[in-house]
Design a binder for this molecule. Structure first.
Ligand code: PRP
Length: 214
């Protein structure tokens, strides 16, 4: 009998795209789950259990084995740096990590950079040979340069609406972001058949979506 896979799913905007992808791969994920407030969802038809986590916590559930696999953005993966296997680029929730500021921004000595991603920002500026003070915020990052908390921000840009509507400019793009399928190292060995079967189902769908968007 095939194992039940515990899947850490990110609540919110990525979930809809991930569940759609899973459905297109032939898995029976009920659509009414998209609006549900339940945190543990049994999906016996797909031999899965979804654990509905805050996106930033997905790699933690997977690293500790509370979930066998998970769906998570590359942004969170880079920031959290957890000990997990990255199995597949799902190609969904495309956006980018960027350095953003006011259009008239000029370099200053030891600038302050506000971000939800302090590790990503510190590493980026270290690699650029720039000394900056990183300030961790938890949301509405675009406020920081507008009200003088920081000179620039490091944040994700999807449609660009937030920066446009707040009169900000994308100065540099750091890396492209898509959601990834990750696995716990032990589960990857112990439940290899079920995990491989899922990857085999997802891969052609991902490839078809990628070639249709070219
Ligand atoms: C994210 C991100 C940007 C915005 C980018 O914020 O931090 O603010 O989305 O998307 P856009 O380019 O399509 O405008 P989120 O909506 O997660 O809220 P937050 O500000 O509370 O982090």
């Amino acid at each position: 009998m095939q194992d039940i896979l515990k899947v850490a799913m990110p609540k919110g905007r990525i979930y809809k795209q991930a569940s759609k992808l899973f459905r297109e791969a032939g898995l029976h994920i009920p659509e009414d789950m998209d609006e549900s407030r339940k945190l543990i969802i049994q999906i016996p038809e797909a031999r899965m259990e979804f654990i509905m986590a805050k996106p930033v916590d997905v790699p933690t559930y997977v690293e500790y084995g509370a979930a066998d696999i998970g769906v998570v953005g590359k942004d969170v993966l880079m920031e959290e740096n957890r000990d997990v296997y990255e199995l597949l680029d799902l190609g969904i929730a495309r956006c980018r990590m960027s350095v953003i500021g006011l259009p008239d921004w000029r370099p200053v000595l030891n600038p302050r950079v506000a971000t939800k991603y302090p590790n990503v920002a510190s590493q980026y500026f270290r690699e650029q040979g720039q000394q900056v003070e990183v300030i961790k915020l938890n949301g509405s990052i675009e406020l920081a340069p507008l009200i003088g908390l920081a000179d620039r921000i490091v944040d994700m840009v999807e449609t660009g609406s937030t920066i446009r509507e707040n009169g900000l400019m994308e100065h540099e793009q750091i890396f492209a972001i898509t959601s990834r399928l990750i696995a716990n190292r032990v589960s990857y060995r112990m439940k290899s058949e079920a995990i491989q079967a899922l990857c085999d189902r997802l891969q052609p769908v991902i490839a078809a979506v990628a070639s249709a968007s070219k």
